[in-house]
Design a protein around this ligand. Structure first.
Ligand code: GDP
Ligand code: MG
Length: 448
């Protein structure tokens, strides 16, 4: 199975990184070769494989590594990120945003349309939607019974006309009734190959159903040939996405999964077994995470997030040091700081401030203050927000009426803004000055 086999070989590649003494070009080359081998074995297109590994190599050798990550961790992160991007990045979620929401499944014989119709019915029923299933397959003997049985198993309503040869007529018969459902899944007939007859039939149904999702069902065992199939269906039947089935039963699934992203028809679901609940929404991040060993990846990503916070903090420090900010900037920056956690930590990252202790009450009132600021600022004009210096007594009075704060509180806000500005000016390019200011703050002479 694709997950097992590809996962195993990718995991052993990552183990190699973990066990290596250090990251050098030799290790990166070895890593790249391993990844190429794993993906080619999973039937991923050679050109795509080389593009991917070229990118990985470039980043592995030339990216700046965040300070709190080891080179090895960073290498794993690069592999993870590039694989996720390779499989479609954020993924393509289906939003059930109208009623009824029509999902039509198309594809060749035996690709798994009918089975997947049942699985999708279960998937949406479980999420609280009223689901209807309709069979328009007038070709395959017993197609009607197959879907009927599935719908009974799931416990959703089934529509179809046994023995009817015209799919359009079947749909028209139930069109009105189907308005009562949240999600309607339309199963269609297949052929051995995508011929003109199938195209014509599908387009007739399509123009009638006007499905919100027109999904091509492809069996994973055709590997990278999925690209051609997705492309021709995309061009002739306007598909909006792909469902890859039977990923449990083949080593070639990597090819099918990656082939579709280049056609502009993203993979939206994957089928992982014959059972009715063996269907998953396809999310590249989770999928790659599982391939590489989720626990490890999660721990790593956590570390990465911390690193990003640290970068943000540095930016923030720089902005402050410039001393060019208005009330909105100040508010945004205070809010960003709140998100970042303890102000002390942020200060630690600013040059010259690491060793200094910040008075406790300055940190504690931050939250309440932010709230007041927000109310006050909502009552200010654009000019006032841009230049708080113009807020005189009468303006403060007006703002106080609008915001529910006392005019004293509004004046306090303006005062704080001015003080902060002054403070930052003193800090500007002057680390000694900064220390002096911080000491003053500690003694309570300057309020932040
Ligand atoms: P259709 O002709 O496109 O409607 O295909 P069917 O839904 O009738 O499925 C054809 C065969 O594939 C059936 O035997 C299904 O049980 C099987 N099948 C469908 N999806 C999967 C899957 O995700 N995994 C496995 N192992 N078998 C599947
Ligand atoms: Mg079928």
């Amino acid at each position: 199975m694709v997950l097992d086999k590809l996962g195993e070989s990718l995991k052993s590649t990552l183990d190699k990184i973990k066990n290596a003494l250090f990251v050098d070009e030799k290790l990166v080359n070895e890593l790249v070769r391993d990844i190429q081998k794993s993906l080619l074995q999973a039937d991923v297109n050679v050109k795509l494989v080389f593009e991917l590994t070229k990118k990985i190599k470039e980043r592995a050798l030339h990216d700046d590594v965040p300070k709190n990550l080891s080179k090895k961790d960073y290498l794993v992160k690069v592999v993870y990120e590039e694989l996720v991007r390779f499989l479609g990045g954020e993924g393509a979620k289906i939003n059930i945003n109208k009623k009824p929401y029509y999902i039509m499944l198309v594809g060749l014989f035996g690709s798994g349309k009918t089975t997947t119709s049942g699985k999708l019915a279960k998937y949406y029923q479980k999420r609280g939607y009223k689901v209807g299933l309709i069979s328009t397959d007038t070709w395959r003997p017993a197609a009607y019974e197959q879907l009927q049985q599935l719908s009974q198993k799931v416990g959703v309503d089934f529509f179809g006309i046994k023995g009817e040869k015209d799919p359009v007529k079947i749909f028209k018969t139930y069109m009105k009734e189907l308005d009562n459902y949240d999600v309607v899944i339309v199963d269609t007939a297949g052929r051995d190959a995508l011929n003109d007859e199938l195209i014509e039939e599908l387009n007739k149904i399509r123009s009638l159903v006007k499905a919100d999702e027109n999904l091509l069902v492809i069996s994973a065992d055709i590997g990278q040939a999925a690209e051609r199939q997705a492309k021709t269906f995309h061009e002739t039947c306007n598909i909006t996405g792909v469902i890859i089935t039977k990923l449990d039963g083949t080593a070639k699934g990597g090819g099918a999964l990656t082939a579709c992203s280049v056609t502009g028809a993203p993979v939206k679901f994957i089928g992982l077994g014959e059972k009715i609940d063996a269907l998953e929404e396809f999310k590249p991040e989770g999928f790659v995470g599982r391939l590489l060993g989720m626990g490890d990846i999660e721990a790593l990503l956590e570390k990465v997030n911390e690193a990003i916070t640290e970068e943000d903090a540095k930016d923030l420090g720089k902005k402050f040091l410039k001393g060019e900010f208005n009330l909105l900037d100040l508010y945004e920056q205070m809010q960003a700081m709140k998100k970042m956690g303890p102000l002390t930590k942020v200060m630690e990252l600013m040059p010259g401030m690491s060793g200094l202790k910040i008075p406790k009450d300055m940190l504690e009132n931050q939250e309440i203050k932010l709230d007041h600021w927000k109310h006050a600022m909502q009552s200010m004009t654009k000019e006032e927000l841009e230049d708080a210096e113009i807020i005189d007594a009468s303006r403060a009075e007006r703002i106080s009426k609008g915001s529910g704060l006392t005019s004293g509180e509004v004046r306090e806000l303006v005062k704080q803004y001015k003080q902060t500005k002054k403070l930052m000016k003193m800090m500007k390019g002057n680390e000694k000055g900064m220390e002096k200011v911080m000491k003053q703050m500690q003694s309570g002479n300057v309020k932040f």
